[in-house]
Write a protein of this length. Structure first.
Length: 136
């Protein structure tokens, strides 16, 4: 059976079986087998989808290009808004690394940090990350 036929047939079988089970109401002689057929058809559909999931050379797909490192690189290149995003991410990292009481930054403070020249901003990030690593 082709993938297209499976993609059409199994949902149709499941839908018909559900309709029959609902129509049967309290008549268990009809409702129970129809319910079992609906569950079986849905299970086969999910199994088929799982078996046919996209892979590369038998392995899982590679992570999307927008992974954490790529997002960080883009944030560093995108100026003030990117710097605000990075400061926010580092704040969240510090909170999760054992400083849950870190206060939320005021908007003015965040904007001031984001406007730092690139070299100063990178030094600020290095110092923050060093402090987080020391505290862990």
């Amino acid at each position: 059976m082709t993938r297209w036929a499976i993609g059409i047939t199994l949902p149709a079988i499941a839908a018909c079986a559900v309709a029959i089970a609902v129509w049967a109401g309290s008549n268990l002689a009809i409702a129970l087998p129809a319910s079992v057929a609906a569950v079986a058809a849905a299970s086969l559909l999910f199994a088929e989808a799982f078996v046919r999931r996209p892979t590369v050379d038998g392995g899982a797909l590679p992570p999307p290009e927008g992974g954490p490192a790529a997002r960080l690189r883009d944030s560093l290149r995108s100026g003030t808004l990117g710097h605000e995003s990075i400061v926010d991410q580092v704040d969240r990292l510090e909170r999760s690394a054992g400083n849950p009481g870190l206060p939320v930054r005021l908007r003015e403070e965040l904007e001031q940090l984001a406007r730092l020249p690139p070299g100063e901003f990178l030094r600020y990030l290095d110092e923050r990350l060093d402090r987080i690593e020391e505290g862990s």
